[in-house]
Design a protein around this ligand. Structure first.
Ligand code: PXP
Length: 396
């Protein structure tokens, strides 16, 4: 049995690092009591892995690891491709030991070669991570890496569907159809894990009636988005949605423009969180993914943060998009460390969801406009099913 370590378009690792990596992987094979077959690990650049991702998996972005199982040759498991550039960057970002991080990526890839697939089946990501963690625990005493991997131990991300814009169409004619209540039920049939409605101060789309009926009729959870306003707080206390997401609101805006500003407002927000929690409602804050904002959010007692993905979604230049994606990754990581349940949303669509859905700390996505837009073409059930599939597929 051999492990071939190759370097493609990148400077080779120091000999002792490469040797240590091979040794640990050999030990992993012994632990797994596997037949003696060979496999390759190809360490390469971001650009090259992006090329592999695009050519073989139709995903036009770089990633940290890819695996290509070999089913025809009984002596060969297959090939694992790792972006050394990205591994270095991620190890630096999360303060991890590069050698051990490379080991964890190699094990992740190797489990794929064995047929494990975190993208298939509801419990598959969890199962795969359990195996990765057990191997890392057996091979290293790297507590930091173990904690890092444990943080990724989530179930597949959920999708909460916002039906506001069904009401927008209704209100365009001040009619009684289409009904967001019907849309909510169909979204659930398509696989939605929750229904979101934004009761705006000017009631431009969703009305109180919609919120109340949706609350009664759905089988999943109702998420009520709203600004901090005494009348709305009273309404939430009466209706008791599963969750309230507090958002900033300006009357003249077309849609929510930015995350909440918490500077100088912590006490005010804290009071609202307390009142809603007392009514049995979980509270989420819609925030920009910044360190200072997240740290202030911690002081409010809110249970959830929804990271604003609007800047990522609107970025036109590739460089800016990747910069915003990295900002979301850092924000999600910090929010999780601070003890929040992490959600994300705004401006997400069928083209841009992939990279964000791959951020493991994010447990739920809130998506409206793109799904309602597609529902006009393919129906609500199908539009939700397609989005859910993209989210599950991106999970890694
Ligand atoms: N999250 C929040 C807090 C929002 O205000 C909105 C828009 O109502 C969304 C998510 C959904 O955004 P989009 O309609 O662009 O998917």
């Amino acid at each position: 049995m051999s492990i071939y370590l190759q370097f493609l378009h990148i400077k080779a690792l120091p000999k002792d690092t490469a040797q240590a990596l091979k040794k640990k992987l050999t030990q992993a094979l012994e632990i797994l009591k596997l037949p003696k077959k060979s496999f390759s690990i190809i360490l390469t650049s971001d650009e090259k892995i992006k090329e592999f991702n695009r050519t073989f998996l139709q995903r036009d972005y770089p990633t940290n690891v890819l695996a290509f199982p070999q089913r025809d040759d009984p002596r060969y498991w297959g090939d694992i491709i790792i972006s050394l550039e990205r591994a270095k960057e991620e190890a630096g970002q999360y303060g991890l030991d590069l050698e051990n991080y490379l080991l964890s990526l190699s094990l992740h890839g190797f489990l794929h070669l064995l047929g494990y697939d975190h993208e298939k089946g509801l419990y598959a990501p969890w199962l795969m991570l359990k195996n990765e963690l057990n191997l890392i625990k057996a091979l290293t005493e790297d507590e930091k890496l173990i904690k890092f991997l444990q943080r990724r131990e989530y179930m597949p991300a959920k999708l909460a569907v916002n039906v506001d814009h069904v009401a927008t169409v209704r209100e365009a004619r001040k009619s009684y159809y289409p009904d967001p209540v019907h849309a909510a039920v169909l979204a659930e049939l398509g696989g939605a894990d929750g229904i979101v409605v934004h009761l705006r101060l000017d009631r431009r789309h969703i009305k109180e009636r919609d919120v109340k009926i949706i609350k009664e009729i759905i089988k999943t959870k109702l998420i009520l988005e709203m600004a901090i306003d005494p009348e709305l707080i009273k309404f939430a206390q009466e209706v008791k949605p599963y969750q309230v997401t507090l958002v900033p609101e300006r009357v003249e805006e077309i849609t929510t423009e930015g995350g909440m500003e918490l500077e100088g407002r912590v006490e005010e927000v804290k009071k609202v969180v307390k009142v809603l929690n007392r009514a049995g409602i979980k509270v989420s804050l819609f925030l920009n993914p910044d360190e200072k904002t997240l740290e202030l959010a911690k002081k409010t007692g809110a249970q959830i943060v929804e990271l604003h993905t609007g800047m990522y979604a609107e970025a036109v230049e590739e460089e800016k998009r990747l910069e915003e994606l990295a900002r979301l990754e850092r924000g999600a990581h910090l929010a999780k460390d601070l003890g929040f349940i992490v959600h994300a949303g705004h401006g997400l669509n069928y083209e841009n969801i992939g990279p964000v859905a791959a951020i493991p700390e994010i447990e739920e996505f809130s998506i409206g406009h793109a799904i309602v837009g597609r529902a006009i073409m393919v129906g609500m059930k199908e539009a939700v099913r397609e989005m859910k599939e993209l989210i599950l597929r991106a999970r890694g």
